[in-house]
Design a protein around this ligand. Structure first.
Ligand SMILES: Cc1ncc(COP(=O)(O)O)c(C=O)c1O
Length: 436
């Protein structure tokens, strides 16, 4: 057994306990593969993140990044905590509205926002972080037609290097996101936007990447953004919202460092304070868009062991009923997720194993060269830290229905996303008349 994170425990039967519920009983009651989310952990993570900044700066808006997990129950928990929303599609925007998050506490991000999505955002007074000049013109045209003023910020590319997987590094100069700062494009875009009739320029935005465990890049981005805020003020544009995006990582491996939100807040707020005082700026609202930090470690995936295959001098293969269809991060980014046996949580991890899913690709694994207790058919594998970018990135590869998701809180458990069934797989298919 490893050192479990503090919100987990083991009971006298040697079973993993999450949110007061026995993981083995959850798997029996709801079936596998099963996502389980601990409500209290989501609340604690949000509160810790919010407090870290709110204790250091008077005006803070934490917009939960729905892309990490847009399930309605999760959104509802965060709405109850007072979170705003970072949405990256019209449908995420609808989810946020649906649970009662007002449009003026939302930011809308992305490099491709369709006209109907932009219309929805403008109508609901959502702050749109604009990614290109053509998008800016589209918003001006739409707002004029709707007889509204659209609230916008500009997403800028601060050219900050982040120590993370290249697929989720987004702040480098050659990334597809944002207006280039170094060449002056960002300033030119502010000039243009400020002359538009139906646009209210209120913010600046950057998101440098995801799963970052070092405070340095956040501090560098804050410095570059605040320098730009001061430049923009010379044009008589006072930016009320400084949005530093999301990206705070979590320790996935037992020996990964932890990046404390308090440390990030300390560094960022001291940069903001200094520039505000030196340049005599109005105090902006600081906006953050954490996704992973809020929900990742609140979730586990339970998967049933079907077969094991011993091989001489090589790790034993363990086949479980969840693979890259249910959790794609290991296959897509080589991401590490810790794995244990939930029904043998107190036993020693002595067997070298590879844990694989049921799909027809060699990329279909959840973990390689791991140590587990001797595994047998019927054991229950638990994959940790899957609350973010887990179920939302799942697929129906090899006609596997997507798993169910259950919310647990102090021993109570209820389904928050039903398991797909065969009919769900074929519901949208049609056979053309000429084939009948
Ligand atoms: C614009 C933006 N904001 C916030 C996030 C959330 O990032 P994280 O989950 O790493 O906090 C992302 C993630 O891709 C993003 O693209």
């Amino acid at each position: 057994m490893l050192m479990l994170k503090q919100h987990f425990s083991a009971n006298t039967q040697g079973h993993l306990v999450i949110g007061g519920a026995d993981a083995v009983e959850l798997a029996e009651r709801f079936g596998t593969p099963l996502y389980v989310v601990d409500e209290q952990r989501v609340r604690e993570n949000y509160q810790r993140f919010y407090r870290a900044f709110a204790e250091r700066w008077s005006s803070v808006l934490v917009c939960y990044a729905l892309k990490a997990n847009f399930n309605l129950a999760i959104c509802k928990i965060l709405q109850g905590e007072g979170a705003g929303a970072d949405v990256s599609s019209g449908n995420e925007l609808r989810n946020a509205l649906g649970v009662g998050i007002p449009g003026n506490r939302m930011v809308f991000n992305g490099n491709y926002k369709s006209l109907p999505e932009l219309e929805l955002a403008i109508t609901n007074n959502v702050l749109i972080n604009v990614d290109s000049l053509q998008e800016l013109e589209a918003i001006e045209g739409l707002a004029s037609r709707l007889g509204k003023r659209a609230r916008i910020g500009l997403r800028v590319n601060p050219d900050v290097k982040t120590p993370t997987h290249p697929y989720i590094a987004t702040g480098l100069r050659d990334s597809k996101f944002g207006f280039d700062v170094a060449s002056g494009q960002a300033i030119e875009a502010y000039k243009l936007a400020s002359r538009m009739q139906n646009i209210e320029v209120v913010g600046i935005h950057s998101h440098i990447g995801s799963q970052i465990l070092d405070v340095g890049p956040f501090e560098e981005a804050a410095k570059k953004l605040m320098a730009l805020v001061a430049e923009v003020k010379k044009l008589n544009i006072n930016l009320k919202f400084v949005d530093l995006g999301g990206g705070i990582g979590i320790p996935y491996k037992p020996d990964d460092p932890e990046l404390k939100p308090e440390e990030v807040a300390e560094h960022i707020v001291s940069v903001v304070k200094r520039v505000v005082e030196e340049k005599n700026l109005a105090r902006p609202t600081l906006v953050f868009e954490p996704g992973r930090y809020i929900v990742a470690d609140s979730g586990v995936l339970l998967a049933r062991v079907g077969y094991t295959k011993k091989r001489p001098d090589m790790p034993t293969w363990i086949a479980v009923d969840a693979g890259m269809n249910a959790l794609i991060r290991p296959a897509l980014y080589g991401a590490y997720h810790h794995i244990e046996l939930a029904n043998k949580i107190r036993e020693k991890n002595e067997q070298l194993v590879n844990v694989a899913g049921p799909l027809c690709e060699s990329g279909d694994f959840l973990g390689k060269e791991r140590k587990l207790p001797a595994a047998e058919p019927g054991d229950l594998a638990v994959i940790f830290d899957v609350g973010a970018y887990g179920l939302v990135m799942s697929s129906q590869h090899t006609a596997q229905p997507r798993p169910a998701m259950v919310l647990v809180n102090r021993g109570k458990a209820e389904i928050i996303r039903k398991r797909e069934c065969y009919e769900d797989l074929t519901r949208l298919d049609q056979i053309p008349g000429w084939l009948k």
